[in-house]
Design a protein around this ligand. Structure first.
Ligand code: PMP
Length: 458
């Protein structure tokens, strides 16, 4: 079918007919033709282990047979109705999805993208509280729509036009790169190499970051706020983890000011962090609103907002409509994803294989000076590259790019993230195996060694 579209022709079409804001990865971007579970195949039949999963979206595996079969069946029956009519799929899905949440999070509103879900979450928080201001963490990514862009705090995604009024960023409690933190502050099988100044039972880093959070609340917003949004582990910023109990205390401070707490589970949800199905559970908190996207549909464009009946009722005072949200095809895909996670035991696999990978990568960190930090939980992993462990200065972009390109040439696709694009992001489909990890770690080790040899030869 694509024979009349050779690589060069596509490059030309890209230049002329596709928005230039859509950037590709790699010097010679990959041209993909097929996917199967954790594998991708390019136009020449070359196979790649996919450690980025379409940016953390392919949760259960590329073209997972269960999801493919369920959607194919539904495609032949009925695609679209809008919610002005009834269809069993949305009811079945709403029941299944909300059964995975603790009380009182039992109501879902389906949308089509993560940005839309976060837009709606902000909207609901403001409507419900009748307050306006929303607090978010620096380094967070919550979407590219004008509303959600106010919550996104990464320079590369910001544009000099008015967006997201009423969003105030606060200091990122990053235990590796921030001013405070250390080896025992975060919840990961791998500790940082930074020495910890915490004492038994007390986390100094958490206390310091909470002081900063209070400072923002006391200086930058009114006495009452609409809410606070955070990812349980920051995704686009490179799997940044917060000190233990930071979110718990931040939630309390927000609630004291009349605000709602929003957990953006677009990357961390659906068992990815291993120990729990939702990232917020790893922090011992129950949010008021949870936003979902990406892995929810294993690549099918769908997303959602889960909240309490009481909060959802604020939106019911008037009409709020979304043409495609909750269409039968999406709901069938979503339900098949939930079944696949359960049947293939993917949450447990995330925990087992993710922990194994973290520990293997930590061995590389101990061997190579330029591997500054290995962190994360389950299959939500970041590897931060530095010039040296003492200074923690980001490794220059061109050096990181060389390692990254080398990994691709050896058959392993990895993501990039962080303010300086200094962190490798590893978030594969959750069906990945320990054998795949051995292969990926060996490839990464080879690329690092080549880099060291090259630097020594200079
Ligand atoms: N939240 C998080 C944590 C994300 O990573 C993203 C996408 N990178 C979004 C929201 C926005 O999702 P979408 O691209 O589907 O609008």
């Amino acid at each position: 079918k694509y024979e009349s579209y050779p690589y060069e022709r596509m490059q030309k079409i890209r230049e002329q007919n596709i928005a230039p804001s859509l950037k590709t990865y790699y010097k010679r971007p990959l041209l993909l033709h097929q996917g199967h579970m954790q594998w991708l195949f390019d136009h020449e039949g070359r196979r790649y282990l996919d450690l980025l999963a379409g940016i953390v979206t392919v949760s259960v595996g590329h073209c997972h047979p269960k999801v493919t079969m369920a959607t194919q069946k539904q495609l032949a029956r009925l695609w679209h109705t809008t919610n002005i009519y009834m269809h069993p799929a949305i009811h079945e899905y709403a029941e299944k999805l909300t059964s995975l949440f603790p009380d009182p999070l039992k109501v879902v509103y389906l949308t089509n993208s993560g940005s839309e879900a976060n837009d709606l979450a902000m909207f609901m928080a403001r409507l419900h509280t009748r307050n306006f201001d929303i607090i978010c963490l620096r380094g967070g990514y919550h979407g590219g729509s004008p509303y959600a862009l106010g919550l996104t705090s990464l320079t590369s995604y910001k544009h000099g036009v008015a967006n997201g009024f009423g969003c105030t960023t606060t200091m990122l409690p990053d235990v590796f790169r921030g001013p405070w933190g250390g080896s025992h502050c975060r919840d990961s099988p791998v500790q940082t190499v930074r020495k910890c100044s915490c004492t038994e039972g007390a986390c100094l880093a958490k206390d310091q970051y909470i002081e900063q959070f209070k400072d923002t609340l006391n200086t930058s917003v009114p006495k009452t706020v609409a809410g606070f949004i955070a990812e349980p582990i920051q995704g686009v910023n490179g799997a940044v983890q917060y000190p233990r109990n930071f979110l718990k205390e931040a939630y309390q401070l927000i609630r004291e000011r009349g605000g709602l707490c929003i957990s953006d589970e677009v990357q961390t949800g659906f068992g990815r962090t291993g120990s729990h199905f939702w990232g917020f559970q790893t922090h011992g908190v129950v949010p008021d609103i949870v936003t979902l996207a990406k892995g929810i549909g294993n690549g099918f464009p769908m997303a959602g907002v889960v909240t309490t009946k009481e909060i959802a009722s604020s939106l019911a005072q008037n009409l709020h409509f979304n043409t495609f949200g909750g269409n039968p095809l999406a709901c069938v895909a979503g339900a098949a994803v939930l079944e696949a996670i359960e049947e293939d035991d993917l949450q447990k696999n995330s925990e087992d294989v993710g922990t194994y990978m973290l520990l293997e990568l930590a061995k590389l960190r101990d061997k190579f000076e330029i591997v500054g930090d290995v962190r994360g939980k389950g299959l939500m992993i970041g590897v931060e590259m530095v010039t040296d462990k003492d200074s923690r200065r980001p490794l220059p972009a061109e050096e990181i790019s060389q390692i990254w390109e080398d990994c691709k040439d050896m058959g392993v696709l990895i993501g990039r993230g962080g303010l300086y694009s200094q962190t490798f992001r590893i978030k594969p489909p959750m069906c990945i195996t320990k054998r795949d990890v051995d292969f990926a770690v060996e490839v990464f080790r080879t690329a690092l060694q080549r880099h060291v040899n090259k630097a020594a030869a200079k």
